[in-house]
Design a protein around this ligand. Structure first.
Ligand code: PLP
Length: 456
């Protein structure tokens, strides 16, 4: 507090903000915002401005802000033992308990959990495990990873390559050669408007088959996908998409990585997106919702099928050459245990489903009929509104008009945080699971006003 008068200056002079226009920020054209406290669905900045956070930070504060159950667990763990590593069979009560709790909630064919720190590093782990697995099985060529355009899997070297958004590749020399991309299951943006949903699913399957044919199935190790596209536009898949894609992968002996960083632990109204869409993954990526972001923690859930081969590998090669200083960090693990307990106690997965359905309906009522709203979509508490210049012709606005960003700014003026998604004029909503129907109505009503102020 005492230093508040210097914070703005220090911020612009010292702080490299991620995902920020660096030059505009330095010039003072991007506002800085210093957040001080949070409670439930709200955050409050240092000037006392209270905002309804309808994106739960970066869709991660799933239980809502200010939960003493989790901060107390963190404090207790920090006092008792702030750190010990997990190498060579070491662990803590928290990390061992959390592994058991995760597996109790995961699909039945899953065997073990490896803990990391971020969604990005968990996906790096996944790729390494796929490579290791195929080397141990004597298939050293079977290494490429198929991802989807508009998929989001992180912003490291490999994970930034898996991410199918141009912004994350441009001038970073990505994607790396081992990553190849296929069609996004984005029905609204299908090239041929006359295509039925069923025909579009078949089109996605055909594209995948053609890619596998071109590259050779014996060069492809895995396919990675979010159950519902997140950062690429918040798009639930068309009906039948996952079973159809899985059949292709099985046929070609290609592993499936379900990236559940956003969907894991309840966002769609099911504990995992894999349950929601009938996905049977070989690896599952978890992060955000594992601790509701009260502490950094991620994980890779490994299936029985892969685990057997990993064990075989260490019999041949010695201890697995993978691990970080902070793997299974006790403070993160303690936060995870308290978070998963709270999700159960408050019935938050069910709430995400019921309030999510109510919220989508409210968004539809507020803006669904507007001439520039192309689609209101969502599943559970993962919803989006996509804007178009002409709804009948499904003509998109020119990106330079920044319609999505302008609507998000107008909504912020109303006291609600939503996210202008990075590609397309799409406003995303992914609030904490404790959102009430009254808060859902408030967000929808304020969106109606914001849309009117920007688009008339
Ligand atoms: N995977 C998905 C589906 C994500 O949405 C994200 C982040 O938004 C990541 C991976 C990367 O996680 P992190 O930002 O923690 O590295």
């Amino acid at each position: 507090m005492l230093r508040n008068d210097q914070l703005d200056e220090w911020d612009r002079e010292n702080f490299f903000h991620p995902s920020t226009h660096l030059a505009e920020f330095a010039r003072g054209n991007v506002p800085n915002r210093v957040i001080k406290t949070g409670s439930g669905c709200h955050i409050t900045d240092r000037d006392g401005v209270k905002l309804l956070d309808a994106f739960a930070g970066l869709y991660c504060v799933n239980v809502g802000y200010g939960r003493p159950e989790i901060s107390d667990a963190i404090a207790e763990q920090a006092k008792e033992l702030a750190y010990y590593h997990a190498y060579v069979g070491h662990g803590t009560e928290a990390s061992i308990t959390l592994a058991k709790m995760v597996l109790d909630r995961a699909p039945g064919n899953m065997s073990k959990v490896y803990f990391g720190l971020s969604g990005s590093d968990a996906n790096e782990t996944n790729v390494k495990l796929v490579w290791y697995y195929n080397n141990i099985l004597g298939r050293p060529e079977k290494k490429k990873i198929i991802s989807r355009w508009r998929g989001y899997h992180g912003s490291g070297l490999m994970t930034g390559s898996l991410t199918g958004l141009e912004l994350f590749h441009k001038a970073f020399d990505l994607p790396l050669a081992q990553v190849i991309h296929t069609e996004a299951p984005y029905y609204y943006r299908r090239a041929d408007v006359s295509m039925s949903e069923e025909a579009f699913v078949q089109h996605c399957v055909d594209e995948l088959e053609a890619l596998i044919e071109r590259e050779g199935a014996d060069t492809i190790g895995a396919f990675i996908g979010e159950p519902a596209l997140g950062t690429g536009g918040l798009v639930p898949p068309p009906a039948g998409y996952w079973p159809a894609i899985q059949a292709v992968l099985k046929k070609h002996d290609i592993l499936l990585i379900a990236d559940e960083v956003v969907t894991g632990f309840g966002r769609l109204g099911s504990m995992f997106g894999s349950f929601h869409y009938g996905i049977e993954p070989d690896l599952i990526t978890i992060a955000k919702g594992l601790t509701s972001a009260y502490a950094p923690l991620s994980g890779t859930i490994v299936s029985d099928k892969m685990w057997k081969v990993l064990e075989e590998g260490t019999d041949k090669l010695g201890p697995i050459g993978h691990g970080w200083t902070y793997s299974a960090h006790p403070i993160g693990a303690a936060a995870g245990v308290a978070n998963l307990e709270l999700i159960d106690k408050l019935n938050l997965v069910e709430n995400a489903g019921t309030v999510g359905a109510y919220f989508k309906n409210a968004l539809n009522e507020a803006v669904g009929a507007h001439a520039n709203v192309g689609e209101v979509r969502g599943e559970g508490l993962l919803c989006a509104v996509e804007f178009v210049q002409d709804r009948d012709k499904r003509a998109f606005f020119d990106a330079s008009e920044k319609v999505g960003a302008r609507v998000a700014s107008a909504l912020l003026e109303e006291g609600v945080i939503a996210r202008a998604m990075p590609q397309g004029d799409i406003i995303g909503f992914a609030p904490p699971f404790c959102m009430t129907q009254a808060e859902a109505d408030e967000v929808a009503g304020k969106l109606g006003k914001a849309v009117k102020s920007v688009l008339g």
